[in-house]
Write a protein that binds this ligand. Structure first.
Ligand SMILES: NC(=O)c1ccc[n+]([C@@H]2O[C@H](COP(=O)([O-])OP(=O)(O)OC[C@H]3O[C@@H](n4cnc5c(N)ncnc54)[C@H](O)[C@@H]3O)[C@@H](O)[C@H]2O)c1
Length: 349
């Protein structure tokens, strides 16, 4: 199978590419190489005869037509997006252009290619989205996001992703294009760009800097190891029912404060400080405007219909992640010089 993956130089897209090549698929990585991209993320597959790279922006529709014609994919896995909520608060325009207009371009380029090919039933357009489209949950363990939860996005990022989800569904209803969708909870793991919470905590801890916690740290997220997400995505791409969406989550709810303390405990074990704990570096800072209180996924559908289960607990996954950052200093040091990394963003509202 030949899979066209957008955003394959990013965090999750690169995990999908590495896994897809390991499973014997041909892949085409379409990426504009924004500030969030790093081709090192796909270095282990870059020389494979099963890998091709197209330096293309999904806002460029003619370039997308060339890519489809050149590579003739059996399937699209669309991950390219602006993905950082704090940046969406400071500059929502890029989120509208890439996440909404870019997805529109991808749908139209895919529709032309699929139509010209005689509308094969086997073609798939897999749109990768987030649980943030569902809004914010109360702190009640019985209330979870299901595939039927009404959309209620509350940040420029989640609103742009919700818009793209609606476009993808419309292309199936209106044009009959075979689509599948997934909405996933917070990912963590190797190659996570050093502006997101988990790498920020690990890297600030090692540098002796403050570990910034927004508000009181009570906001709850459902954490999933990125390689388990990649596994779920390939499963849905291959076995998911056309027109259906699947929620993907690790059933690992943690408050931000609990998560940060867990990372500190792992670091205390792996690289002890001369005295005290990394948790001593925790500092509470001004909250994010409109900070959603809780996200939690009910993964019953993907578990019961497709048999997917995460392979690691959050404790195992966080330990693997810390070990990866300790072993890959050259990777993250190079990215720390990029624009905005290490700065507090998203407080202008
Ligand atoms: N990170 C998470 O926890 C999470 C959770 C659920 C869903 N998602 C979704 O998964 C997808 C990937 O997220 P991520 O965390 O890997 O993001 P990321 O920011 O690490 O990577 C995004 C990639 O997309 C590329 N890109 C951005 N704009 C582009 C454009 N206009 N044209 C072509 N390429 C472009 C970037 O260069 C980068 O390589 C996104 O759609 C995101 O909404 C992420």
């Amino acid at each position: 199978m030949k899979v066209l993956v957008t955003g394959g130089a990013g965090f999750i897209g690169s995990a999908v590419l590495r896994l897809a090549v390991a499973r014997g698929h041909d892949v085409v990585n379409v990426d504009a190489l924004t500030y969030a991209a790093c081709l090192e993320n796909v270095a282990e597959v870059a020389n494979s005869p099963h890998y091709a790279f197209e330096h293309v922006d999904i806002r460029d529709r003619p370039a997308l037509d060339v890519v489809f014609t050149r590579h003739q994919p059996d399937m699209v896995m669309h991950l390219a997006a602006e993905s950082h909520v704090d940046r969406s608060i400071d500059g929502p325009g890029d989120f509208i252009e890439t996440n909404i207009t870019g997805t529109f371009n991808m749908l139209e380029a895919a529709r032309k290619y699929w139509t010209d090919a005689g509308k094969p039933e086997s073609f798939r357009f897999h749109h990768i989205s987030t649980d943030e489209v569902f809004g914010s949950l109360p702190n009640d363990p019985d209330v979870l996001f299901t595939e039927e939860t009404a959309y209620d996005p509350r940040s420029p990022y989640s609103a742009s992703k919700a818009s793209s989800d609606h476009l993808v569904r419309a292309w199936q209803e209106t044009y009959g294009m075979p689509v599948v969708l997934t909405n996933c909870s917070n990912n963590y793991g190797p190659f996570h760009f050093p502006e997101k919470l988990v790498p920020v905590v690990i890297l600030n801890a090692l540098a002796g800097k403050e570990l910034p916690i927004y508000g009181t740290g009570a906001n709850i997220r459902d954490w999933l190891y990125v390689e388990d997400h990649a596994d779920a995505l390939l499963l849905v791409a291959e076995k998911g029912e056309v027109g259906r969406s699947y929620n993907i989550g690790g059933e690992n709810e943690r408050s931000n404060l609990e998560l940060v303390k867990a990372l500190c405990a792992i670091l205390d074990d792996r690289r002890p400080k001369p005295s005290g704990s990394y948790a001593d570096q925790i500092t509470f800072v001004a909250d994010r405007p409109g900070h959603d209180a809780r996200y939690a996924i009910d993964p019953t559908r993907i578990r019961d219909e497709l048999g997917w289960r995460p392979s690691v607990t959050v404790e195992e996954g966080l330990a693997k992640t810390v070990d990866w950052y300790l072993a890959n200093e050259a990777w993250w040091r190079a990215l720390q010089n990029r624009q905005g990394v290490g700065e507090r963003l998203g407080v202008k509202a």
